[in-house]
Write a protein that binds this ligand. Structure first.
Ligand SMILES: *Cc1c(COP(=O)(O)O)cnc(C)c1O
Length: 230
């Protein structure tokens, strides 16, 4: 199937899942995850209506960025503090803030550019030791810290369900993340709001949307399986 067919099928599924949660497809942002995908194929997806691209590596994003105009870029992978300066200002959203040190670094470089950087806080909802993201119990302390920073704005939360979880375990984790998201909406921090919930990939995005996701990150479902040799 062509990339265009894939985008159409995914969009229909997004719409169906959104309706089940009382929304429409227009309420959900599709991030086309273009890691390892060559530029001509990414351009094909953009022509078929993908408006936001997600990369998980800073270097790869920077390399593709000038070749693909008229889209927004999201950094969805782990960000090291020493790479912050090359990425701030180039992406419209960083999904993967999981420490105060990283948030502070982002704020510092955003200030130098005279902008406010939009980020999500990545939550490790499964408690898996190997995953990035902050434990739910540490979220309050992180928010207290981020509140004191300038030039950074938290728009919501991001999570990744672990590989190998059953469908019902995955659903439960998405629901738990949505609960955190909703609970934190009530808290009034000046630079933290809960408007965006990024969860769901090719194999679990429908469950994520039904559990409240407003951003889904889809790679394989659009571009086919990845070739890491590239
Ligand atoms: C690769 C990746 C995705 C997309 O995964 P698919 O299963 O190909 O849809 C989503 N989110 C993150 C953080 C990723 O690294």
């Amino acid at each position: 199937m062509s990339i265009g067919d894939n985008v159409r099928i995914i969009s229909e599924k997004i719409d169906d899942a959104a309706r089940k949660s009382g929304r429409t497809g227009a309420d959900i942002t599709l991030v086309g995850v273009s890691k390892t995908v060559e530029v001509p194929r990414i351009l094909e997806a953009v022509e078929c209506g993908v408006r936001v691209l997600g990369e998980n590596k800073v270097q790869e994003l920077l390399q593709k960025h000038p070749q693909i105009p008229d889209v927004s870029w999201h950094l969805i992978g782990h960000l090291q503090t020493n790479k912050v300066k090359s990425i701030v200002g180039k992406v419209s959203l960083i999904h993967s803030v999981d420490s105060l040190r990283l948030a502070a670094e982002i704020g510092t470089y955003a200030k130098k550019l005279g902008i406010t950087a939009d980020v999500l806080v990545q939550v490790n909802i499964s408690g898996e030791a190997t995953k990035f993201g902050i434990a739910p119990g540490e979220l309050d302390a992180l928010f207290e810290g981020i509140q004191t920073l300038e030039n950074i704005r938290v728009l919501g939360l991001m999570t990744i369900a672990p590989l190998g979880a059953t469908d019902s375990q995955t659903k439960k984790m998405f629901e738990n993340c949505n609960k955190l998201f909703v609970d934190n909406k009530r808290k009034k921090y000046h630079n933290i709001c809960m408007e965006v919930l990024s969860m769901g990939m090719t194999h679990d995005f429908e469950a994520a949307i039904e559990s409240g996701a407003s951003i889904v990150r889809i790679g394989t479902g659009i571009f086919g399986s990845r070739n890491y040799q590239i």
